[in-house]
Design a protein around this ligand. Structure first.
Ligand code: HEC
Ligand code: HEC
Length: 414
């Protein structure tokens, strides 16, 4: 139970910035690139032409001007602001159950622009009966209409042990998959096969629907969709052919983010450490761990994964890590569905999110849980589980108050 959750990639918790720590043992020669990546992650990017060519090209359409505006070093940025306003830390996919995307706005709503109109802003309200959050768009672009396209809300996750998850061999994820529920336990995780930018089919592992298979493509996708920055992976601006102001705006270079910068950002993401466990009462923590297994949480939130080997960062290689995920897609039922297919994942399917570090996230005011931020606590997140997780959820609600408390202590400490 004192196991280091990230193996050799585990670090003592820096309370001010637990999600910004490097794994131990980085070679001095590698530190340069990693530190550059960290700067690019923290930097506020500017519209072109900016004062520093390396940091310009933001937009024309974008959601935030910095990675760190959404991925805070100390946890999740509160997505639900004052008076029904959403913050930049929640973004919205636009689509439908066929996987098609909005003809004018594309697959993601950008609420900021530095050329032409932004697309729209979203406000939130709480459903009186269920407590779920409703999101309503007000379009800014005067010639657009939503025409029944569905909104897919996505809160910004904390970033923990990303390089470890990137390094888990596909065979392990396939061993956890059971698409036809052959063992009849009601759980049928399946891999989200996605076509990568290099033409290879790989298992998606990042994002709420596992739409990106590697950190490189995840980061390039974030630069492109969230910040309006082109890179070697996405050389064209994220404007649709109907968005002429966007297409005509000045560029920050072709591409705006160089291969070297993309590599640096990806190296930085790769070396993000895992904060060590926080256990105040070992007996209660162990009791919670046993319950987590017994009531079936561990059927999806698989306690361990083992990494392959990394050519440059030895502390990531061959580690048994406690991320509590199978990185597979599960049907989580109608209440969590949003009607937006992304790649091959339907509106009802979600990737099991890793649970490590969530206790640190829960400490921060305004932290929200689940893909759309509807849950205000870990306990509430559990009671929203449906679909394949209905049985585990029901077994959780049937536990005694003391057992529930032990389970929550465990969750808060992993
Ligand atoms: C506007 C807010 C926003 C910005 C800016 C942003 N992200 Fe994200 N990030 C998100 C959201 C939301 C997700 C989940 C996306 C999904 O479900 O597909 C995410 C997912 C990720 C993930 C995968 C996490 C996981 O657990 O699977 C990584 C890695 C990541 N972002 C890195 C970055 C980097 C690097 C940058 C800057 C280049 C960046 N992000 C910019 C909001 C943002
Ligand atoms: C069938 C697979 C499955 C089972 C069983 C399951 N979960 Fe989950 N869990 C998920 C998925 C998928 C999500 C993300 C759903 C969403 O965001 O809409 C999730 C989300 C969560 C979250 C919120 C994570 C975040 O980043 O906001 C917590 C906490 C959690 N689960 C704990 C548990 C506990 C405790 C149990 C046992 C009672 C359990 N889960 C059982 C698949 C499962």
């Amino acid at each position: 139970m004192w196991t280091a959750p990230g193996g050799a990639a585990t670090v003592a918790v820096d309370a001010a910035a637990p999600f910004m720590q490097f794994v131990p043992g980085i070679d001095a020669g590698e530190l340069v690139g990693v530190s550059q990546g960290r700067e690019l992650f923290l930097a506020a990017w500017q519209a072109a032409p900016g004062q520093r060519a390396q940091l310009d090209g933001l937009g024309p359409l974008f959601n935030a001007n910095a990675c760190s505006a959404c991925h805070a070093v100390d946890g999740r940025v509160a997505p639900l602001g004052e008076e029904g306003r959403t913050t930049s830390a929640i973004l919205f996919r636009l689509g439908d159950e066929s996987g098609a995307v909005h003809p004018r706005f594309g697959g993601q709503l950008q609420h900021q622009a530095n050329a032409g109109p932004a697309e729209g802003v979203v406000s939130w309200s709480r459903q009186a009966d269920t407590g779920a959050i409703d999101y309503t768009v007000r379009l800014i672009d005067p010639v657009a209409a939503l025409d029944g396209w569905r909104l897919g809300p996505r809160i910004s996750p904390q970033l923990v042990g990303m390089g470890l998850l990137d390094l888990v061999p596909e065979a392990q994820l396939l061993a956890y998959a059971d698409a036809d529920d052959a063992n009849a336990d009601g759980i049928s995780g399946r891999p989200h096969w996605v076509l990568d930018d290099d033409g290879q089919r790989r298992i998606g592992r990042f994002g709420w629907k596992a739409i990106h298979s590697r950190l490189r493509t995840q980061n390039a996708g974030a630069l492109h969709q969230d910040m309006g920055l082109t890179s070697p992976v996405h050389p064209q601006e994220s404007c649709t052919s109907l968005q002429t102001d966007c297409l005509g705006a000045p560029s920050g270079g072709s591409p705006e983010v160089s291969e070297a910068s993309l590599l640096a950002i990806t190296d930085f993401m790769t070396v993000l450490a895992v904060p060590e466990r926080r256990i105040s009462d070992a007996a209660v923590f162990d009791q919670g761990a046993r319950l987590f297994d017994r009531i079936g949480c561990a059927a999806c939130h698989r306690p361990t994964l083992t990494t392959g080997s990394h050519p440059r960062f030895p502390s990531l290689s061959g580690q048994t890590v406690y991320a509590y995920t199978d990185l597979l897609l599960h049907d989580m039922g109608a209440a969590l569905a949003d009607g937006v297919r992304e790649k091959d994942a339907s509106g009802r399917e979600w990737r099991t999110p890793p649970l490590w570090g969530l206790g640190l996230v829960a400490r921060k005011a305004g932290a929200r849980f689940l893909h759309d931020g509807r849950a205000g606590s870990l306990a509430e997140a559990i009671t929203w589980h449906g679909g394949e997780a209905q049985g585990a959820r029901d077994r959780y609600t049937a536990l005694s108050a003391a057992d529930q408390a032990a389970l929550l202590q465990f969750l808060g400490g992993i």
